[in-house]
Design a protein around this ligand. Structure first.
Ligand SMILES: *[C@@H]1O[C@H](CO)[C@@H](O)[C@H](O)[C@H]1NC(C)=O
Ligand SMILES: *[C@@H]1O[C@H](CO)[C@@H](O)[C@H](O)[C@H]1NC(C)=O
Length: 320
């Protein structure tokens, strides 16, 4: 029923927006609560067949998801370790997703981007409708726009920005089919994002990617995103950028500026690395497992960070 409605709305929107200049796929997740609010969970860096406490995080997400009566879940990438999926019949899909996030409250749509580990496998498998037929919750694209009442979420494929994946011979191999030529892929994506953001009339603009723009985690800032993506986010006054990649929970921000949130605690954590960062901006750095919740209304957006036991590590609210 839900799968059907999401698909139908998606089809209608595709027809509607076909004439627009931005080629980014757009879909809508309607707000269903009578007060018009929206509750979302955000998790990243998770698919390890339940290991490294993925199952415990999933259990806690279920409890919080029930308390909040969530509308959907966002995955910020690195969905399947170590090397993505081999194909659309790879049993890791069930072992790391369907058989793990089993709590009734998590039987909602999941909107996912890809991480660098996903690009080490077969990307088209993760984008395949075959997975959605196996588990209706699954929705993964490289980049897309999700409209939900007062909020518009811009999902961005950050992987092709990272120079090292293309130039370092010591690095892993990545599935760049349908990405090359890289320069054109990136310039089209930035152009489409900018257009979609300029057209947006949403109260809240949130951006989702895998790699960090501002982070004190072990991977450090992704300079290519600072140089190329951040100016577009600033120009269009987005409220929040959310990512994974660093296996931690983190909040970096200053009053009135973009808030940079990391939710990469879906499974393996405790790296023991934290890079220096201005303590006035670094509001939370938690090196362990966990996830985030978002509670959005027309006038306020509240963000809560939870550890593996459901303890609240940090929270903050933005107002309009
Ligand atoms: C899993 O969580 C338990 C309970 O918090 C903790 O004691 C243990 O160290 C964690 N294991 C890993 C691999 O992080
Ligand atoms: C990738 O997955 C797709 C869908 O499952 C499959 O058709 C294709 O053959 C796979 N490619 C490789 C190189 O295995």
């Amino acid at each position: 029923m839900k799968m059907f409605s999401v698909r139908l709305i998606f089809l209608i929107l595709c027809i509607f927006f076909d004439g627009s200049l931005s080629k980014l796929e757009r879909l809508e997740h309607p707000v269903t609560k009578s007060d018009g609010s929206l509750n979302i969970l955000v998790v990243g860096d998770w698919g390890r067949q339940g290991c490294f406490n993925q199952s415990l995080v999933a259990h806690q997400m279920g409890i919080v998801g029930e308390q909040l009566d969530i509308d959907y879940v966002i995955s910020v990438g690195d969905n399947f370790y170590d090397d993505g999926l081999k194909g659309d019949t790879d049993p890791a899909f069930e072992a790391s997703f369907s058989h793990i996030y089993t709590h009734p409250s998590l039987q909602k749509q999941w909107y996912s981007v890809l991480g660098n580990h996903d690009y080490r496998g077969n990307v088209s498998a993760q984008l395949s409708h075959v997975l959605t037929q196996k588990d209706w919750r699954w929705f993964c694209r490289r980049s897309f726009v999700l409209c939900s009442g007062m909020v518009e979420l811009f999902f961005v494929d950050t992987n092709p920005f990272v120079e090292q994946y293309f130039t370092d011979p010591e690095d892993h191999t990545y599935d760049w089919s349908n990405v090359l030529p890289r320069d054109r892929y990136i310039s089209n994506l930035l152009h489409d994002l900018d257009l979609a953001m300029k057209k947006s009339r949403a109260t809240w603009k949130f951006v989702v990617g895998h790699h960090g723009i501002k982070t004190a985690g072990e991977h450090g800032v992704t300079q290519e995103l600072v140089d190329q993506l951040l100016p577009i986010l600033e120009e269009n006054k987005v409220d929040v950028y959310m990512n994974g990649h660093d296996h931690c929970l983190q909040h970096i921000g200053s009053d009135g500026g973009i808030q940079f949130l990391t939710s990469g605690g879906g499974s393996k954590a405790w790296r023991g690395v934290i890079l220096p960062w201005d303590p006035k901006e670094l509001k939370l750095y938690y090196d362990g497992q966990g996830f985030m919740s978002l509670h959005i209304t027309h006038s306020q957006a509240k963000f809560i960070y939870y550890d593996i036991s459901g303890n609240v590590l940090h929270q903050f609210t933005l107002s309009k």
